[in-house]
Write a protein that binds this ligand. Sequence first.
Ligand code: KG4
Ligand code: ZN
Length: 333
Amino acid sequence: MKVLGIETSCDETGIAIYDGNSNQIISEKLFSQAAKHSDYGGVVPELASRDHVKKLIPLLSETIKESGINADALDGIAYTAGPGLRGPLLTGAALAQALGLGWGIPCIGVHHMEAHLLINLLEDPAPSFPFLTLLISGGHCLIIRADDFGEYKVLGQSRDDAVGEAFDKVAKLLDLGYPGGPKIEELATRGDPNAFNFPRPMTKESHLDFSFSGLKTAVLYAFRSEKNPSDTFKADLAASFQEAVADTLFLKSRLAIAQNGLDQLVIGGGVASNKYIRKRLIEGLKGNRIFFPPINRCTDNGAMVAVTGHYRLSKKNISSDIVIRPKWNLSEL
Ligand code: KG4
Ligand code: ZN
């Protein structure tokens, strides 16, 4: 079965074709609107929707052309139905449903966070159920127990800011632009991770929830305490913030592994592309099997939607309306 995937939940327009027989993505295209939103320090939903409308059809044509197959060889279409921004979600949903009708093939809306999780199944070796998942993105910070396809139990989540959101806010404070994650990561390479002893929120407690707003505020106070922040001061701040996040994610992941008696941890979402955090998790959790998607498939992309659509369509879970769900808990799947 060959499935076309369409991702438009935020500021990336992603299109990909997944071939279930070979378990491979046969072509994929991605356009990031980051530069468009940079001046505003965050995603402007209306601008994002308009840009998706502009980019969707050209990217679709290129993806089909590069795949070497004709559109009539496709068996189904998947789009991100949520969670995400309402306007951007609608652009992908409308295109997917129109193509489904025109081509006479089934079309299905998938859950964005399930897609961040399932993209790991393309890896070699791939994780096998049951496993734990740490999803760290701009909108979420979740620890999930995945017992099978579609059987997910949320064990912990952020009570306030998501991890990526904290990266974006600290980057805004340091005037680095949007998206903040890659900019903080780059600046942190020149800083001392032990220069500031920032809090590791909720790591002394035995539950698996997170909280990042206090950490963000601690960074804000440290920044304000310096009248003329030098480049070195800013780099130290970025490195110490990143260290506190890495440490928190490591401690909570280790706790989840111990509490559940599972030794596989699957990591996904935009923050998983941070090489420092990847290294810290791999080193800290030695003895367990840790899975990451390749860097370019950590942030939003069409491939993860196509893979998830393939699994859902093979279960004949087909929808026919233009359905989106801007707020959607993974446990409801
Ligand atoms: O998964 P994603 O592309 O979109 C959502 O589903 O939210 O994640 C985007 C988030 C942004 O907050 C961005 O700053 C963060 O991922 N991010 C990073 C890095 N690359 C992207 N955070 C830390 N380090 C990175 N290298
Ligand atoms: Zn995402």
